[in-house]
Ligand binder design. Structure first.
Ligand code: ARG
Length: 666
């Protein structure tokens, strides 16, 4: 049940007689911040009164008179300048909460119009170590897949791995020149990653050597330009404004140039500071061109390069799979870039035939109105690229998988690519099999930062490998679980730890992984966030640990009361809402579907974490005001146990939809 939707549709009906299109106004219902103002509040009367030229309180009274909500609300009240306050009826709330408790879906109705949705997420470039950015895509994508599926949509998760890119040319080049066979037999993927890094650094070095003098010159020129400008401050106020603007612009340009120069310098130093790599650099002067050629040969079907690629790829994919297994992430498909290679020529030919792609400097481009950069679908040397592959992927997803909607959970830095991709699809006139325009969205997310406020990296400068992060979080969780258990005492203060070592290990796994995932999910995905294992495992505050602990605690109440939870759950609920804290908790529980629907609509898992965090807050307030086991009225005790049990089920289900587990003891 979606309470907000029910209220909005009733409001819509009431507004129908007052304004020709009520839509902009009927959505203006929110939950109240203060119980004093009821449970929900509509603030549409004020803006509508302005449009109609009527006094707002008058209009509010008119709306209330037309509102048909008596079946579930008290008579709405008008407050302040024209707010309409709704208070749910006690008897209705009690009936609903018992129905939700008796419902295996916890009151979450499946959508009436399921859509075919593909969630494209994780999608790392294989043979390069996977890093925290890919973790973010993986965790958010998995949560969205689970939530949309739970709501009744037909969802396919697809790991669009980068298995056809230039990194393979580098690895093949590295394999032909720098391979250490022993290292390869001991740890093939580790050796491939080393080769990739080595060749990539050597390529960067050669490019930097060419760039460095140019940058140096540009820097000197810019510095002189700035000095000249700084020496010519105008006295006229109007001119001064323009002057300040130019000064600011110039300073920014200089700053950018400095940054590029520094990055070039460090790329050069990385090679020259080491005698071995320097000698490689000197004997592989043409490495950039030659490794590009290896990629081109692979794409053209060269037998040796294909053989190597066929040997490497399964090993790289297996290495990725170990991480997914640890994180319990499932993909319905892993169709990487290479899968689409046979379709690329046709895509470009079709775009060309339809006049959508045109030639420009030998390359095939799609020009999008209002966008300076075109969408390059075939390079001048004939090679296809990321853009071509993504176009072919959409075609395949629609033609073969019947997709109506695709979500791309990808770093915000690829925004321009997706804008151009979606605009090109629009021009291409590509529609779903149902004849509707495709719904394509870039579910973008920000950067994972270190505590120093810079993109998260280890001391060596590498982006942190994922495995070690997971290990670290689990080790910390193990410590927290042990300390917590060691602190447990009986009524006389004697220590009563209850968890054997193996159970502590199992709990640490759930808490550690849950902590990492939750920290990623609870931030608005569009913002950057700081990766901090201590904060993410805190027992209080907005963490998975806090919610998992709330869950374990409620399981503890059942154990203490000698009530078997599974057994109890199978009995019809008999919840009575007498205390305000019970009422508030019940209302929050009734809003589970609303939270899920909102999360799915915005593709923002933080809306669900927020809901669960608030739910746990309501549970705490409830414990403070309402003893569960201690009361002597057996009916009240049973009612409260049902309420606690239902809260536990919603926490468990909510966390599961975020890919996070719970434990009965902690
Ligand atoms: N492999 C890309 C990367 O690591 C992400 C791919 C995202 N999906 C897509 N269909 N473009 O940056």
């Amino acid at each position: 049940m979606n309470l907000l939707h029910i209220l909005q549709s009733r409001l819509h009906a009431a507004l129908g007689g007052l304004v020709s299109d009520p839509s902009p106004y009927s959505g203006m219902v929110r939950s109240s911040n203060d119980p004093k103002f009821g449970d929900f509040q509509a603030n549409c009367a004020m803006p509508l009164a302005k449009e109609l030229g009527r006094p707002p309180r008058d209009l509010a009274a008119d709306i209330v008179a037309r509102l048909d909500v008596a079946d579930f609300c008290e008579t709405p009240e008008i407050a302040g300048p024209g707010f309409i306050n709704f208070r749910l009826r006690e008897d209705w709330l009690a009936t609903q909460i018992n129905a939700v408790a008796d419902d295996p879906r916890l009151g979450v109705a499946p959508v009436t119009k399921p859509r075919n949705i593909i969630v494209d997420f994780s999608s790392p470039n294989v043979a390069k170590p996977m890093h925290v950015g890919h973790l973010r895509s993986t965790v958010i994508g998995d949560a969205l897949t689970k939530i949309l599926t739970h709501l009744g949509h037909h969802v396919l998760s697809d790991n669009h791995i980068g298995d056809w890119g230039t990194q393979f040319g580098m690895i093949i080049y590295g394999c032909k020149h720098f391979l250490t066979p022993d290292a390869y037999s001991a740890d093939a993927v580790g050796e491939l990653a080393r080769l990739y890094r080595l060749v990539n650094n050597l390529c960067d070095y050669q490019l930097a050597k060419v760039e460095a003098p140019k940058l140096q010159l540009a820097l000197t020129t810019k510095q002189a330009e700035l000095a000249q400008l700084e020496g010519a401050v105008p006295s006229d106020a109007k001119e001064k404004k323009e002057f300040d603007k130019s000064l600011k612009k110039l300073r920014k340009e200089l700053e950018d140039l400095r940054e590029s120069t520094n990055s070039t310098t460090s790329k050069i130093a990385a090679i020259e500071s080491n005698a071995a790599t320097l000698s490689f650099a000197q004997s592989h002067l043409d490495i950039v061109r030659l490794s590009r050629e290896e990629t081109a040969k692979l794409h053209a079907g060269d037998a040796e390069n294909r053989r190597l690629w066929n040997e490497f790829l399964p090993k790289c994919v297996a290495a990725l799979q170990t991480i997914y297994t640890r994180l319990s992430i499932h993909f319905d498909m892993t169709l990487g870039e290479s899968f689409y290679d046979p379709f690329l020529a046709d895509v470009v030919a079709d775009l060309k035939a339809k006049g959508i792609a045109t030639e420009s400097d030998g390359a095939m481009c799609v020009f999008i109105e209002g966008n300076a950069a075109p969408f390059l679908v075939q390079k001048a040397d004939g090679a296809y690229n990321y853009a071509t592959t993504d176009l072919a992927t959409i075609k395949y997803r629609v033609d073969e998988l019947n997709a109506e909607e695709i979500l791309y959970v990808v770093d915000h830095r690829q925004s321009e690519h997706f804008d151009l991709l979606f605009a090109t699809i629009d021009k291409w006139g590509y529609r779903s099999q149902q004849g509707e325009p495709l719904k394509l969205s870039h579910v973008k997310f920000g950067t994972v930062m270190g505590k120093d406020g810079k993109p998260f990296k280890t001391r060596s400068g590498d982006t942190v490998g994922l495995e070690s992060l997971l290990d670290e979080a689990i080790a910390k969780a193990r410590q927290i679980v042990a300390e917590n258990d060691d602190r447990k005492t009986d009524n006389d203060g004697n220590p009563t730890p209850e968890l054997p070592e193996a159970e502590r290990d199992a709990i640490a796994e759930v808490v550690g992984l849950g902590g990492i995932k939750y920290a990623d999910l609870k931030h608005n995905r569009e913002s950057d966030y700081i990766f901090d294992t201590d904060k993410m495992l805190a027992m209080t505050g907005d963490t998975a640990t806090y919610l998992q602990y709330a869950y374990a605690r409620l399981c503890g109440i059942f154990r203490k009361g000698g009530v078997d939870r599974a057994d109890f759950s199978s009995q019809p609920a008999t919840i009575q809402l007498t205390h305000p804290a019970e009422r508030a908790l019940a209302l929050q529980l009734l809003r589970f579907e609303e939270a899920l629907t909102h999360t799915a609509a915005e593709a923002k898992p933080n809306l669900l974490t927020q809901y669960l965090y608030d739910l746990a807050g309501h549970l705490t307030t409830f414990y403070e005001g309402c003893p569960v086991l201690k009361g002597d009225d057996p009916e009240v005790r049973t009612s409260r146990l049902h309420l606690v049990n239902l809260t536990g089920r919603v926490i468990e289900q909510g966390l599961a939809l975020l890919g996070i587990g719970v434990c009965e003891k902690m």
